[in-house]
Design a protein around this ligand. Sequence first.
Ligand SMILES: [Zn+2]
Ligand SMILES: [Zn+2]
Ligand SMILES: [Zn+2]
Ligand SMILES: [Zn+2]
Length: 494
Amino acid sequence: MASEVLFTIKKNDQVGRYAVASRALKPGDLIFSEQPFAYGPKSDTPPVCLGCSAPADCSTLCSQCLWPVCGPECEGLPIHRENECAVFAKAGVKFQPVNDSAAVCLQYECITPLRVLLAKEKDLKRWQEEVEMMEAHNDIRKKRPLWQFNQTNVVGYLRGPCKLDRFPEELIHTVCGILEINAFEARTTAGHFIRCLYPKLAILSHNCVSNVHHSVSPDDFAVYVRAVVDTPENGELFSSYTYSLWPTLVRRDYLKESKYFECKCPRCQDKTELGTHMGSLKCSKCDNGVILSTDPLSFTCDWKCTHCDFKTNAVAVKKVYDTVQAEIDAVEMLGGPEGIEQREAIFRKYRSVFHPKNAYMTIVRSALTQLYGRADGYTIEDLPDLLLERKVELCNQLMEVLDVIEPGFSRIRGITLYELHAPLMILARNLYTSGAISKDEFRKKLQEAIDTLGKSVEILKNEVPDSNEGQLGLMAQQAYESLNQNFEVLIETA
Ligand SMILES: [Zn+2]
Ligand SMILES: [Zn+2]
Ligand SMILES: [Zn+2]
Ligand SMILES: [Zn+2]
């Protein structure tokens, strides 16, 4: 693993620690990489194997501690054996059987905090240098119901039944806070979600348009942090703690409730979200009016039409967002032809409500770009020109938004460019074989499609090779090389 670090830590009274580039950075430059200080199950998780994090049906238990695992191989994994297994076995704390192994299991709340506490004892130096000063906001969290929840399910459980009263109450609460505020989600090789604590990554301030990209290895959960855009020497580095496709009202609400700060980044301060109109609604009272917030940093202010007297307010707008989000969530797991049809139905339903680039139109668009060309009956070979054009249109509209909110070498731009290249190629060939364009025009269009794929390769090659996106990157790379080699053959045999 590269040990060079291309950032410098700065401090100021308002925001505390932050990081700046220690030299000018180009998109794709590796700024740093690090191993997680600790990792483990997410909060609110159903029972999972304490070795590999796969969902557990709770019928197989570890022979040492009697907590759920997949089997002998998983119970012997160091992440379990050297952490909670030893603690539970020694204290005789058994897993209490559950009725529904798919439901949230509160017994798991203590696992990741416990792993952090044990990591502190194993590597006190790293704790003191990197973790201890991480933001926990105990002062704010003390007033929230979650504090009492942690008191019962983590603090009380560890200090009581687990006999770990060597860890003071305040320290355990601090660890819970550090995890709530700073942990990043990662996925195992098999695709199961976990949370990881990356102390260096946590130094970066939040911005709703980040200028770094992080990619986690599913093998050892090391994180690789790269620049996504040109960044000057001493330019501040920003990561994002929220979902970039959400509109400002939703992002700021999430950051306030779960990360305990009110974002005032340039995107949050701008009524049009940097011209993307991701929060904007269409006015129903006039022809071309767009409804915008009068004060983007307020959760209650008026929202007014740009063309007529119509006004509403932030609370009502948030309700509209919540309604469409619920409809999107309801079809989230739906793939195949039904997945396409239901999302197109949501798209049609809200076309008259939202600005065309609104966040929810964008979220649906993003899912559709992936489904057209893959779903049964909608594979790329199946698609008639009309739907190939639909896929191209969806990708282009999505890219217009991504260029602003996920600029440069971001994963989602890499994936969208990949999705765009195939319909462009097939449409070019169909136009040529039907006699609609000349051989020279075909050559030009084919080259454009290959260049689009080339841009995708340039971005996706920065993904960790054994991740899903890394695999897509390798596939894109091979396709790109083969298309370049066979360019003339493709023209002559079309
Ligand atoms: Zn397992
Ligand atoms: Zn065990
Ligand atoms: Zn923001
Ligand atoms: Zn109006």
